[in-house]
Design a binder for this molecule. Structure first.
Ligand code: ZN
Length: 402
């Protein structure tokens, strides 16, 4: 390992911090195509230092149903693929998203340095991580092992809404790769994720029959009360399987009180520990919907699915975690890991059979809140960690069982 460390190219902290401050101040909310385009240009300029080939492609619109069950399409940003050494015998995949969670109207739009923290949107999740990815690849390309490992880096625009458009690109890119690296921030205690639960989002549209509340109440079929009963049934799925949580996020529908409402939507999110339970849950939702539909004049239509399958432990992931622990020790810190209910694009790569580590980005916290922060010092330590991991793979010191 000693020999490998001397090939690490330390990240230039001053210029990296300058880039991160600029990136944080550029709004890249998932539904802000203009801000996403500006952000992607900034990133591609940074990645151009690697001498790789770059292509960008649009992804399909995000389609959701509105409160009347009608589909509504929203534009997303482009996905960028940066690729080098496609002929090399070993290929790896690196993934980072550049979308963030705050719309341009929100007051949290730029960063401030507070003590040992940089507080700002996307500083941890995951614009800081994209700088780590770039630094790790810079180490690999400057090393004697450049060209022994081919790589593809995907910069995606829709992770924060579950990667609906990027999913198929991530799946295709996972084929014939040996390992995947995703640059989500580490947990607040600095550790990595091992297993991750799967996540599903389901929208159940209830169609009833409208009628005047006074004259024809008996002719109406109330979609709002049917939705309330449906939500209660779905809520009961909590506790049915070990490790499954069902969250009814909203019930919407109805209108003026003098009309029997004919439309309502129940929206839920579920987290599951295994693929088998994901399938069983989906069947349970279908049968609850069918049961509700058997009421006179009521029709329930189920939309949605598991956007992230569970990421379960494998020998490949174990090998990568072990390698990361050795790499961290070599650059001077201790690294642990634990399972989580949170999801990432690492779920998608694992579902496509690609062993991966998925929070190799900066150390920070409070993500998805207006106090999101990262520790600037972690740009150096995490870049060294990932850089060394890539060198271990390229030099054959780390092997990943498939
Ligand atoms: Zn993220």
């Amino acid at each position: 390992m000693k020999d490998l460390e001397q090939h690490l190219v330390p990240i230039d902290l001053t210029s990296a911090m300058g880039q991160l401050v600029e990136l944080s101040a550029t709004n890249s909310w998932t539904y802000n195509p203009q801000g996403l385009a500006t952000t992607l240009n900034m990133l591609l300029e940074m990645f151009s230092s690697l001498g790789a080939s770059v292509s960008t492609q649009p992804i399909r619109d995000h389609v959701e149903i509105d409160d009347r069950g009608e589909p509504r399409a929203r534009k997303l940003g482009d996905i960028a693929s940066i690729q080098k050494w496609p002929e090399a015998p070993v290929q790896i995949l690196l993934v980072g998203h550049y979308d963030t969670v705050f719309s341009p109207e929100h007051p949290f739009q730029s960063s401030t340095l507070k003590g040992d923290r940089l507080v700002g949107p996307g500083t941890a999740d995951m614009k800081g991580g994209l700088l780590v990815m770039h630094a790790a690849l810079s180490t690999l390309e400057a090393s004697p092992w450049a060209g022994t490992v081919g790589w593809q880096a995907l910069l995606t625009p829709d992770e924060e809404i579950g990667s609906p458009g990027s999913a198929e690109v991530l799946e295709r890119a996972s084929a014939e790769k040996m390992a995947g690296f995703v640059f989500e921030p580490s947990f607040p205690d600095g550790s990595l994720a091992s297993e991750r639960k799967g996540s599903g989002t389901f929208d159940l549209h209830v169609q009833g029959v409208a009628a005047h509340a006074g004259r024809d109440h008996h002719l109406g079929r109330n979609a709002v009360t049917a939705a309330a009963r449906l939500a209660t049934e779905l809520e009961r799925l909590n506790g049915h399987w070990e490790g499954v949580t069902v969250n009814i996020g909203s019930i919407s529908g109805g209108g003026p009180t003098n009309i029997v409402p004919d439309s309502a939507v129940v929206r839920l999110n579920v987290r599951v520990p295994t693929g088998r339970i994901a399938d069983e849950f989906q069947q349970a939702v279908e049968s609850i919907a069918a049961q509700a539909s058997s009421a006179d004049g009521i029709t329930v239509t189920t939309h949605g699915t598991f956007t992230r399958r569970p990421k379960e432990m494998s020998s490949g992931i174990e090998a990568l975690l072990g390698g990361a622990k050795r790499a961290a020790a070599a650059v001077g810190f201790n690294l642990d890991w634990h399972a989580t209910g949170g999801v990432s694009d690492g779920n998608n790569l694992a579902a496509a059979g690609l062993p991966n580590l998925d929070n190799l980005g900066v150390h920070g916290g409070n993500i998805h809140s207006d106090s999101e922060f990262m520790y600037p010092a972690s740009l150096a330590t995490r870049s060294a960690l990932s850089g060394l991991l890539l060198l271990m793979l390229a030099s054959g010191e780390l092997e990943v069982p498939q």
